[in-house]
Write a protein that binds this ligand. Structure first.
Ligand SMILES: O=C(O)CCC(=O)C(=O)O
Ligand SMILES: [Fe+2]
Length: 444
């Protein structure tokens, strides 16, 4: 999971860097997500909607919102917002076909879902029409699925929820997780060299047999889906700029365990540091069905459209494989929403298990990645919101992503060729991560 790799921990009082160094994505909506995730960790009994109301009522102050919640009854909202419904009567009441095409192609964003509403998607066709994801139901043959579920229940039985310090209190992560890699040698390498959220991590283990076996199936399916999408959905049948031209080979996976409806994961995009740009992720769900919420990040220039946009809920039943494609980490955010009620599963009871198969790239190893003044490998991120630089990749100091840490504010634009390769690898074709206006001139 990405509490390590990708999820950014809330930043409380970030030191503003000088203008020259100012990160180009000083992204307000992102900081709201981070604050919301933090508020949820502090107040696990409250729904996201209630927490958002408090955050808005207290001008984005997590501390004030948290104090107010502590002194009030559970559903005593500070002010009324538009209603939230867990279902809708029909898809067409939500979106137009024009909007569906825009959602796929990534062209200008118009209103995809209605403000304050959640569009619920169940079928592979609906999911493909509205998001950059593929869904495969009943992915594993039943025996294999059962064997994997039992194996993962064993793995998750000793998961501890990670903690972090906040306002002098110890706060628990929203759910349990561990990173798995293919060999013991890789485990040692990860522990010694890979930095996540500003530190080295001990919670890394070797893949047990069923997890490894299933990764071969996931590899075949993800590669087939990547090729199908390029052929059938991408303009001109071409891969995206910065998307790798190599086969996707899963060599690491996060096992996430959500024990009961209160355990959740806040909105985030997965960091691309070790995965490279335009990556794909295969995400297998087992046990209790939960909602995967996704939201397209709109450029700042389209603020009105952004405000008007609602979120999308993809329902993830037992034995379903959701593939997040190359547009997902750069242009969308995702979350696992808390659930009021969950239906127990015969093999996992109240738990949902999730395996996110990832392809860590040889070309993005910590030894090669630019270091900041804190002497840590930087994180690779893509500008999501600021219209002028949207889609450009940057290396940033990882420390600024840890709670209470400000880091050294190091920032540099990444050099990446059109296949997403950095300059230190063989076959590098020259930097394509340049402002859009220069890229257009090059083409003309
Ligand atoms: O539990 C899930 O389905 C999502 C997990 C996730 O987003 C992550 O591991 O980064
Ligand atoms: Fe994620």
């Amino acid at each position: 999971m990405e509490a390590f790799v990708s999820r950014k921990r809330p930043k409380l009082s970030p030191n503003k860097p000088s203008l020259a160094e100012s990160p180009p994505d000083a992204d307000e909506s992102e900081s709201t997500d981070l604050k919301l995730a933090l508020l949820a960790s502090l107040n696990p009994d409250h729904s996201q909607e209630v927490l958002l109301d408090y955050l808005l009522a207290y001008d984005g102050s997590v501390e004030k919102a948290s104090n107010a919640i502590a002194g009030s009854a559970k559903d005593d909202r500070p002010r009324k917002r538009t209603g939230f419904t867990g279902y809708q009567s029909s898809l067409s009441s939500f979106t137009s076909s024009e909007n569906n095409a825009q959602a796929r192609s990534g062209s200008t964003v118009k209103q995809l879902t209605k403000k304050g509403k959640t569009l619920h998607l169940y079928t592979p066709e609906e999911i493909e029409a509205h998001t950059p994801c593929s869904m495969i139901h009943n992915f594993l043959p039943p025996d294999e699925c059962e064997a994997l579920t039992k194996e993962l229940m064993g793995e998750a039985s000793n998961f501890k929820r990670h903690t972090f310090k906040m306002f002098d209190r110890i706060v628990e992560e929203g759910h349990g997780f561990r990173l798995y890699v293919n060999s013991l040698e890789e485990v040692e390498k990860q522990k010694a060299e890979y930095v996540y959220n500003g530190g080295y991590v001990k919670e890394i283990a070797q893949c047990p047999p069923e997890m490894l076996k299933v990764s071969i199936r996931v590899q075949k399916t993800v590669n087939a889906e990547i090729q199908r999408r390029i052929r059938d959905l991408n303009p001109g049948g071409r891969k995206l700029k910065f998307q790798s031209d190599e086969e996707w080979k899963p060599n690491a996976s996060f096992l996430n365990c959500y024990d009961g409806g209160k355990q959740s994961l806040g909105y985030h995009s997965d960091h691309l540091t070790y995965l490279g740009p335009r990556t794909s992720i295969g995400s297998l769900s087992l046990g209790v069905t939960r909602e995967f919420r996704v939201r397209r990040i709109v450029p700042q220039i389209d603020e009105a459209a952004g405000d008007a946009q609602g979120q999308i809920a993809i329902h993830l039943p037992h034995n379903s494989l959701l593939i997040m494609h190359a547009e997902m980490q750069e242009e969308w955010k995702h979350a696992i929403a808390p659930a009021q009620i969950v239906e127990p599963h015969p093999l996992t009871q109240m738990k949902r298990l999730n395996l996110t198969y990832r392809c860590f790239k040889d070309s993005f190893q910590p030894k090669d990645i630019p270091k900041c003044k804190c002497d840590f490998p930087c994180v690779l991120r893509c500008v999501q919101k600021r219209a002028a630089t949207r889609g450009r990749y940057m290396w940033q100091c990882i420390k600024g992503f840890s709670i209470g840490e400000t880091g050294c504010s190091h920032f540099e634009w990444a050099e990446l060729d059109e296949d997403g390769r950095p300059p230190w690898v063989m076959g590098y074709k020259g930097n394509a991560n340049v402002p859009a206006i220069i890229a257009q001139n090059d083409e003309s």
